[in-house]
Design a protein around this ligand. Structure first.
Ligand code: AMP
Ligand code: MG
Length: 491
């Protein structure tokens, strides 16, 4: 009967057995279906009418293994905060199998928080409900902002307690990803000097992600594609003030999707040095460092595939360095393109970078909200609420100087200001999952078993650009007493 609901078609299990361990989810005591993403389910060819509270709680907890599923925990390594760990792997997640989306792409169906695996080390293999809710909301927001991301299909509460600093209710997230192949997956085989497996992984990756790009068996093109898609991804994060928080190489997906939402958040007031992970003392994964760090991660990827780039190690190194050297220009170009749209520019002009950086410096000094500052630009163009917007700035002269340089720049392009202001609203969101709101919906869920606030927030962040009137609290930055300094919540 489950065959009619989930049409699994698995390929990762055809790879050699050193790529994964076969392991089933460990059943939970009292699962409850908390949230189900019916839009996503339709996209996955899963008829939402066939999922109900009774069967959903069993499928999405792993208490029932659907026909066709072949549960495995995948092996990978990774650099965590710069330190290499030769074996990480899915310690609390199980890849149940692969499905096809309605547009014919293969995706992974994974349960996160589903119990111990051979990769659990000292961990319990479980997830508290709080971080599960955070990942559901944040990944839904990132997707709806038009940024590539893993998705969340369901949340189940387990009825069990997970011990962190304090006891927490347990949760399981069903995660959908283009694949779970990470930079760390390549590092896993490179470190073992198992180049045969490395080549198999590269061939599998090309077939799965880049076949359409016509790069079959050309590993330098694989490297170039990964570099390109990460440059694109990070520039998009930068454009909405998103901070991933833990950009370890095991949290860098080869497909170019945002993956592994931990202590991540959208920043409120603009601070380029902002970090969210409470252990990130050096600011390694701060907002402004994300471009540099992804290059570091990409260099680890390049290093890992050296043995297959060329038989001659010196030639291989040369290829890798040449590819990596292209990154700064690609990233700058992508970043500028994202930014130009935010300021309403259509053409590329040399003065753009100065206008953009001056604006960032202005809102940094004025300690203003990232999201609203950009959204307000549209109104400044049409002189709507001008007084109110300007009143937020202490240095009016500096603001006026900047506004005239920006308007001058728009005038040079002969752009219709009303139309431009309208276009800008399509890229500058009004509604993001603000950190203090996310924390408050998590608290309501975890402490009072109240999921209504989470559902309401989800409705809002699924329409990030809309002018629809949602409760005012959804667009307002936090009051000083509401600011969350980091998002540690014991994942
Ligand atoms: P993360 O920091 O969530 O990206 O996880 C890093 C590594 O730690 C991965 O190998 C995870 O599978 C593992 N891990 C994290 N939390 C747990 C847990 N509760 N139990 C077992 N393994 C875990
Ligand atoms: Mg991870």
């Amino acid at each position: 009967m489950t065959k009619e609901i989930f049409k699994f078609s698995n390929t990762y299990t055809n790879l050699p057995s050193n790529f994964y361990e076969r392991v089933n989810p460990i059943p939970v005591k009292n699962p409850k279906l908390i949230e189900f993403n019916s839009d996503l389910s339709r996209f996955l060819n899963i008829d939402p009418k066939k999922i109900n509270a009774e069967n959903g709680k069993l499928f999405f907890s792993g208490n029932i293994i659907p026909d066709g599923a072949e549960p495995i925990a995948t092996a990978y390594a990774g650099h965590q905060f710069g330190n290499f760990v030769p074996q990480l792997g899915d310690g609390r997640a199980i890849l149940m199998g692969e499905l096809f989306t309605i547009d014919g792409n293969r995706v992974d169906f994974q349960l996160k928080g589903s119990g111990k695996t051979p990769f659990s080390r000292d961990g319990d293999g479980r997830s508290p409900l709080g971080p599960v809710i955070r990942e559901y909301i944040l990944s839904e927001a990132i997707h709806n902002l038009g940024i590539k991301s893993t998705r969340a299909l369901a949340i189940v509460s387990t009825g069990e307690t997970v011990l962190r600093e304090t006891p927490n209710p347990g949760g399981i997230l069903t995660r959908i990803a283009s694949s779970h192949i990470r930079v760390g997956t390549f590092e896993f085989f490179f470190y073992k000097r198992d180049f045969k497996s490395l080549k198999k992984l590269a061939d599998y990756t090309i077939k799965r992600h880049f076949e359409k790009n016509d790069i079959i068996k050309n590993y330098s093109l694989l490297l170039k594609n990964v570099i390109y898609s990460q440059a694109k991804l990070i520039s998009k994060w930068m454009s909405v003030g998103f901070i991933h928080g833990v950009m370890n190489t095991d949290n860098t997906s080869i497909s170019g999707e945002t993956i592994d939402y931990g202590p991540c958040a959208f920043m409120d007031h603009f601070d380029p040095k902002r970090v969210f992970s409470y252990i990130d003392f050096q600011g390694r994964y701060s907002y402004m460092n994300q471009g540099k760090i992804i290059l570091w991660n990409l260099s680890k990827f390049a290093e890992s595939i050296l043995p297959i780039l060329n038989d001659d190690i010196n030639k291989a190194k040369k290829i890798a360095v040449e590819c990596l050297e292209e990154f700064p220009d690609i990233f700058k170009d992508k970043w500028l393109n994202e930014m130009r749209k935010k300021f309403g520019f259509k053409k590329k002009k040399n003065e753009d970078i100065k206008i953009i950086n001056d604006f960032f410096e202005l809102i940094r000094v004025e300690n203003l909200d990232f999201t609203l500052s950009f959204r307000n630009l549209s109104n400044l163009l049409t002189n709507k609420n001008e007084k109110e917007i300007k009143s937020q700035f202490k240095d009016k002269r500096r603001l006026d100087t900047w506004i005239s340089s920006w308007k001058e720049r728009l005038k040079n392009e002969n752009l219709d200001l009303l139309a431009t202001s309208f276009e800008m609203e399509k890229v500058n969101p009004l509604y993001i999952p603000r950190n203090h709101l996310v924390e408050s919906v998590i608290n309501a869920a975890v402490q009072n078993n109240d999921f209504s606030k989470m559902k309401e927030l989800l409705k809002v962040i699924r329409r990030p650009f809309s002018k629809e009137f949602f409760n005012k609290k959804y667009k307002l930055p936090p009051r000083p007493d509401q600011i969350i300094s980091n998002t540690f919540c014991g994942t």
